[in-house]
Design a protein around this ligand. Structure first.
Ligand SMILES: *Cc1c(COP(=O)(O)O)cnc(C)c1O
Length: 429
């Protein structure tokens, strides 16, 4: 059974100051999980987790991870800036972007981030942008075809836009070496949200063999291997979660089998997990404000898809707990909807839940990654607040909710329309 990390009583206290909807994050859960990740890879001297900032771009949360030893994986200049805000610099930052604008390479280089090239053509592009090739550089690999694991789970790297082909990778290393690069990394992201302990070990096995071949054929020193993201979480209550300890041991075994005999036992293992680091430690708290009985039973809540897009976008399952009714029988079937004028704005479809009364608080689970961060302003909806539930049980506002003033802020034409300004004045915004 999935349990919310917050109670109805705690929410009733928080809403006195910060009304729903809001995303709330569990500091204790984040820290314990980050510690377990470091413990699982403690056999590797250079291990570092570069948290994928896109999953949860809030400096207060990033700071918690930084204090656990994490660096940051960025793919835009604002993500680089966010990392800079909390004092991450140099090799604390991985810049794994694609279709990269020149200015972003310039900025990443300026702050000393490790640059991970998505394509062979980016070698010249980077050199033109920053005037040289950095001493430490990484390349993203795409093996093409189908990626299979022993348990049958697979994904299709051949259909994805990322990375270089095998031949390009060998060529890229040669070119980079000639242009002055000294330390090399390999990066690959081949499957997403893998709820299996086999993904990293399978990927690691392939990348380790490739690394040995690359080092032998090109003479380049492979300094690190970046397993990237893709480690999943159990969104559904019947799924069994990953065991990071087993995953770490699986990678260790491949390391000892492949890299150590090749004299490459000093290679550092990097990860760029987003979802696994943060997903389960965030929840969206929203209030039931309407019930509707037509051809189906609907519960309307005060959050909508702009707060959490995954169900609308991917049909993703997010578990829902009705706070205070954790042990009540789930004998009602509802569609739980937001207010967007889009019929896919549903947090749950035909979900068995306890009877919901108006004013009940719903906890939508596992919104800690790719939740708030995917938000948008469709239908003029404003983005919610983010709150940190600290270890001592207190709640800290780490991002206020947007106001209409934020929504109008980028409308450079607004000055010309006095009535709108007047409305905003009347509304006190
Ligand atoms: C999205 C992304 C990640 C994180 O993926 P998760 O599935 O959240 O672990 C890591 N690296 C890169 C380059 C990404 O684009």
């Amino acid at each position: 059974m999935k349990k919310a990390f917050i109670t109805k009583e705690q929410v009733e206290e928080i809403v006195k100051k910060y009304p729903t909807p809001f995303h709330i994050y569990d500091e204790e859960g984040i820290v314990n999980n980050a510690k377990a990740v470091y413990e699982a890879f403690s056999w590797n001297k250079g291990f570092k987790e570069y948290f994928a900032v896109k999953a949860t771009p809030n400096p207060a949360l990033m700071k918690i991870l930084k204090d656990c030893g994490c660096g940051f994986d960025c793919s835009s200049d604002t993500e680089l800036m966010l990392s800079g805000c909390i004092g991450a610099k140099g090799s604390d930052i991985m810049f794994s972007s694609n279709d990269t604008p020149a200015e972003e390479y310039v900025y990443a280089d300026k702050i000393g981030a490790i640059i991970n090239l998505d394509d062979i053509t980016h070698i010249d592009y980077l050199e033109q942008a920053i005037g040289r090739i950095p001493e430490t550089i990484s390349c993203r690999y795409n093996p093409g075809g189908v990626f299979r694991m022993s348990n049958g789970i697979m994904d299709n790297p051949g259909d994805s836009k990322y990375g270089m082909t095998r031949d390009q990778l060998f060529e890229a290393y040669e070119i980079l070496r000639k242009k002055g690069a000294k330390k090399f990394g390999i990066h690959a992201f081949l499957a997403s949200n893998t709820v299996t302990n086999d993904y990293y070990p399978t990927l690691a096995g392939q990348l380790f063999e490739l690394a040995v071949e690359l080092q032998n054929k090109t003479g380049c020193e492979i300094a690190f291997i970046n397993l990237s993201g893709g480690v999943g979480i159990p969104y559904r209550p019947d799924q069994e979660g990953n065991d990071i300890k087993v995953i770490g041991e699986g990678v260790h075994k491949k390391f000892d089998e492949i890299l150590v005999p090749a004299g490459m036992g000093e290679v550092a293992i990097f990860t760029e997990m987003g979802r696994f680091m943060m997903g389960p430690y965030g929840g969206l708290v929203t209030k039931a404000i309407h019930e509707k009985h037509i051809y189906k039973e609907y519960i309307g809540v005060d959050a909508c898809a702009v707060d959490l897009m995954r169900p609308a976008m991917y049909g993703a399952y997010h578990h829902i707990t009705v706070l205070g009714k954790e042990n009540a029988p789930t004998d009602h079937v509802y569609d739980v909807t937001g207010s967007l004028c889009e019929n896919n704005d549903k947090f749950a479809i035909e979900r068995s839940l306890p009877e919901i009364e108006m004013g009940d608080y719903l906890f939508i689970h596992d919104t800690g990654a790719h939740g708030y961060s995917m938000g948008y302003n469709y239908n003029g909806k404003l983005k919610s607040a983010e709150i940190l539930l600290k270890k001592d049980g207190s709640a800290e506002l780490i991002r206020r909710a947007e106001t209409p003033r934020d929504y109008f802020a980028t409308l450079s034409c607004l000055k010309e329309y006095e009535t709108l300004e007047a409305i905003m004045k009347d509304e006190g915004i």
